[in-house]
Design a protein around this ligand. Sequence first.
Ligand code: BGC
Length: 740
Amino acid sequence: MKPTRSLYVIFVIFLLVFSTLAVKPPQQHLDVEARVNALLAKMTLEEKLGQLQQLDGEGNGTFRPEHLELARKGLLGSTLNVRGAKQVNQLQHVAVDESRLKIPILFGYDVIHGYRTIFPIPLAQASSWDPAVAERASTIAAKETYATGLRWTFAPMVDIARDPRWGRITEGAGEDPYLGSAFARAQVNGFQGSNYNTPNKILACAKHFVGYGAAEGGRDYNTTEISENTLRSVYLPPFKAAVDAGVGTLMSAFNDLNGVPTSANHFTLTKLLRDEWKFEGFVVSDYTAVKELINHGYAANDAEAAQKSLSAGVDMEMVSRTFNQYGPTLLKEGRLSQKEIDEAVKRILRIKFRLGLFDHPFADETLEQNAFLTPDSRAAARELAARSMVLLKNNNNALPLNKSVASIAVIGPLADDNRAPLGWWSSDGKDADTVTPLQGLKNKVSAQTKINYAKGCEISGDSKSGFQDAVTAANNSEVAIVFVGEAKEMVGEAASRSTLNLPGVQLDLVKAIQATGKSTIVVLVNGRPPTIGWIVENVPAILESWMGGTESGNAIADILFGDVNPGGKLPVTFPRDVGQVPIYYNHMNTGRPPDPASRFNSKYQDLPSTPQFPFGFGLSYTKFEVANVQLSADRIPLNGSVKVTADVKNVGQRAGDEVAQLYIRDVAASVTRPVKELKGFQRVSLQPGETKRVEFTLDPERLSIWNSELKFVVEPGEFKVMVGTSSEQLIEKTLTVERR
Ligand code: BGC
């Protein structure tokens, strides 16, 4: 062998060995890219634009003749709201059997906290401070959804919300980016599993990208103005967590962000999402959000709306049709490039391939028979609902109730309401499936306990004609439980409120019952933080049950009678008055923090600065103590980590759960930092007398801030490290981060 030849052979062998050893994308993804490119090469411009179109179905979940026609021509990329395995298959058959390129349709739907078995609203799930709750709820929701032929949900909603006037606060995990990120991750994992191309798994969609929760005045769809630092520190982390967890899609939002609507925002959709975060999935616009660019005053007409949105990074247009109508002209005029269109098509096809839609486009029509509301799903809904409730007050152990109680008055417009507990976005949940509180209590007590039910009043309206019956029911009973709160329609999209008080005459009803002198318990059924100052001052026990889903009545009864010891904590601050809003625990300190003793500082003349209930707050039927908070080191190098440990002890008489919470404060930095920031939490179950040691790690990721140059770095100096049982019950230590 000549030396040159042998060198060549060695080189080839080296290349072969190296190429097998080098880190490669999984084979499946390579195949996908090849298949995407091969398909794209065959597509006409019209077919390409068709993939970018998502159309709505009819109100009852069916499709229209137009859908069939478009599917036949290969011009329908996706639908929303069309569902039911038969329906889906019928339309899919037209796309796959009759269209030229046989590209399957992607069927999406809003499955937010359950499909038919409805779990607690997301804000409630976050109150569990147990991401496993959200993962389990999303897992079951995915299974039911899959059975109906759907392969995509527009969830999780991961918008941080600091304003309870905004009705959509109900759909997210509350006000904190760290807790919100944990719940975002959990939901993506629940819906998608480790591979969404698996039976019973569906594609998730993190929404609404981004800043939608900061709508001015809490008015839905309103403008937002968020500095880049706040965007990165507060609003983006849950989206980043969803992307890191592998979420397949994102939804661009309705809101204008700093002058550029989010459905045409190149900075968020391309620079951040694609260039920085390397997101490989696709972005769908929110409902007609592309066309709404005209109302925003950001586009003069439909053509400009299409151009600005698509080139900013929206791939699929929900409901409005500007991409399809104006794509060809924009391309011809050079206002959109072929590459921009192709990239959007590729992103959508990539997800369709990864989802296995080309290989298994049709739904198994037999699955629906046994998929919904199984005993297991109902049991999970009951357990998760109870795990999500928060005990706000319990003077003199008013709760739990004794099972031998002779009579209970069950009062209030939400006592036997089967709609409200399902909350906003209840998919195909049915009111008739709901276990109301009244039913739950009946299920719980023995025949010896008499239940005296009186509605008392409506949720809204000013009639007090039912009060007398309610007062009589209370007078005839040992205890009175009053169920007050919000109707289903008062929360969710386009359901902003300018007051957080209990609607109608509900507070007067509570007052009338309290005036009877009977032991009175208030159970809240609501979807946002309410203002309930009078109740907090006057009623001995308050349970926040939220909108707890299909099994909420049973879960409430489990808690009221002590079969489950409540362990939830608030994921959002409860204000004393709407005038305090926005009020959130992780605020800046200001130069003049509130000080009741002096005059010129940041406070209200007519209201304390403190909240009614702080973030992270929640009681139990037992008592806990946190002690022995220790740092593994008082000083760490610049990029070092420290372990934080603490003992949590159950010092009461019952088994129960406590949530140990870790907060930090970066005392002086190149930009001002919040007075507290959650950096760890752990829900632990403890027997009476039992102690558990919890351990957290503060690593560079958790100690980093977006600094004055918008770099994510640890800045040396002093940090307060706090551990406790709410954002206001904390033991503090000091940590110093060295310069190097
Ligand atoms: C909402 C989205 C939802 C979409 C489709 C919009 O109005 O903002 O959250 O996914 O409708 O139903």
